[in-house]
Each structure stands twice: as C-alpha cells, then as structure tokens.
Ligand binder design. Structure first.
Ligand SMILES: Nc1ncnc2c1ncn2[C@@H]1O[C@H](COP(=O)(O)OP(=O)(O)OP(=O)(O)O)[C@@H](O)[C@H]1O
Ligand SMILES: [Mg+2]
Length: 235
C-alpha cells in the first residue's frame, strides 16, 4: 500500500514540459530514489509533492487522502518534509535555533523543545556544533543541518534533494547509515546523483528524463535497462 502516491503529475513552464504526466509511489518504510540527468524535472517534481509549486494536472494522495490542493505548510503538518537542493538554513541563527524553528513548525506537540532539537541533532551527528552560527558551517554540514530540520518536523515522508552534494568522501558512509536508520518510521524519497549511494540505499529507483518516467524498478532492473544506460548511466 503506497503512502505517497502521484498520478499524472504535470507542470509545464511555458513550452517546457518540466514534469509531464508522472506516476510515482512511495511505500511506507521505503527508500525510493529519483534519478535522472540534469534538468530532467526531479526538483520540479518534488516541488509539486511538497506544494512549493502548484500542479497543473494530476493527483497526489497521502495515505489515501487527496492533498493535491493543499498549501505547503498544510502538507508539512500532514507529514511531508522537504529539504531543498539549494541549502536553506537561516545563516545568522545558531544550529540549535534553526532546528528549534523546524520543531515548532512541525507535527509534534514539542512539549520539550530542547529535547526534540537535541534528538534531531544527534540523528545527523551535529550535536557538538549546536552553538555554531549556521552560516559558518561547511556546506556539507549545512546539508546535514537541513536534514535535521526535516526530521525535526517529525515527517512520515522525508524528501531529500541531493543531500550528499558537498559532503566530503569520508562523510558519505555516515550519511548512508543515517538514512538507513530513518526507515521504516520515515519513508524517504531520495534525489541523488551519486550512483553508489543510490544503489546502496534504494529499494526502488525511478528514472526521470525530459519530465517523464523512463524506467522504474529495483536497482538491478534499472541498472540493466538499456534506455537508462543510454540516457543516464552510460554518460
Ligand atoms: N521556475 C522555473 N521556471 C522555468 N523553468 C524552470 C523552472 N524551474 C525549473 N525549470 C526548468 O525545468 C526543467 C527541470 O528542472 P529541474 O530543476 O526540475 O531539474 P532537475 O532534474 O532537478 O535537475 P538537476 O539534476 O540539475 O537538479 C529544467 O529545464 C529547468 O530549467
Ligand atoms: Mg534538481
């Protein structure tokens, strides 16, 4: 049974078919990777899921409930959290305060704000940097802070848009362990260009190309698909 389901999602920009009739489903407890060449429509697609962009046609359901017309903040409260491809922390605030803001915007009752913040920071391994000003963190640490902010929302679905971009090679292993530790409580939609990370983490992979689904299946199925090889993996 799918937790998050999209049917026929479409978003054009003028004549450009950025997302063009995409079907996608995320099962509870699953890590599902969304891959494809630059400009394939991945970020646009998840912006439709999160409500950052309105859909032009198609339907989105969360646990069977139609959320297609809900604004972004209402989707967050329903349990869809989203980290941006471009880092979006508040640079002048401390690491702790960034996460505290997320806790307050999320689903939890957050009776103990400080404990909720610490839990999210521990999860991503940033607890020793809690007092640092977010803007002074390395790019990779800012991405991890975004993940902590996403988790602080207590999501059912966490959408990660290129979370390993800017992480040092030595940080990738810890990141993979972090994502593995999120399931099955949280279902993860992972946009990722690092194929090693994708093949290691994902139970299913959907490949977008020119706004359309080129292939969808297990890592082995997708890797063996000639159309995927030609459009993406072969490159
Ligand atoms: N707000 C916008 N207005 C016009 N065109 C847009 C807008 N947002 C995205 N596009 C275009 O839509 C297409 C899909 O872009 P999108 O950012 O979704 O791709 P992507 O798969 O996330 O790429 P990348 O891997 O580089 O992040 C691109 O051609 C992009 O230039
Ligand atoms: Mg993108």
């Amino acid at each position: 049974m799918s937790l998050l389901d999209a049917r026929g999602l479409t978003r054009h920009f003028g004549g450009l078919k950025a997302v063009d009739g995409v079907d996608f489903d995320l099962a509870a407890g699953e890590i599902h990777a969304l891959i494809g060449p630059n400009g394939a429509g991945k970020t646009t697609f998840v912006s439709l899921l999160s409500g950052r962009l309105p859909v032009q046609s198609g339907r989105i359901t969360l646990a069977g409930e139609d959320i297609t017309g809900l604004p972004a903040h209402a989707r967050v409260r329903k349990g869809i959290a989203y980290t941006f491809q471009i880092t979006s922390v508040f640079p002048g605030l401390s690491v702790f305060d960034n996460v505290a803001l997320a806790v307050q915007g999320g689903r939890g009752s957050a009776r103990d704000l400080s404990r909720a913040v610490e839990a999210a920071l521990y999860r991503v391994g940033l607890e020793t940097l809690r007092r640092e000003t977010a803007g002074t963190l390395s790019y990779g640490h800012q991405r991890l802070l975004e993940v902590a902010m996403g988790l602080a929302l207590q999501p059912r679905v966490l959408i990660l848009d290129e979370p390993t971009q800017g992480l040092a090679a030595g940080e990738i292993g810890a990141f993979k362990a972090l994502v593995r530790g999120l399931v099955p409580e949280v279902a993860v939609l992972l946009i990722e260009h690092n194929m090693e990370v994708v093949m290691d983490l994902a139970q299913r992979i959907t490949v977008l190309n020119f706004g359309r689904v080129l292939a969808s299946g297990t890592p082995d199925e997708v890797r063996a698909n000639p159309a995927v090889q030609e459009a993406y993996l072969g490159a």
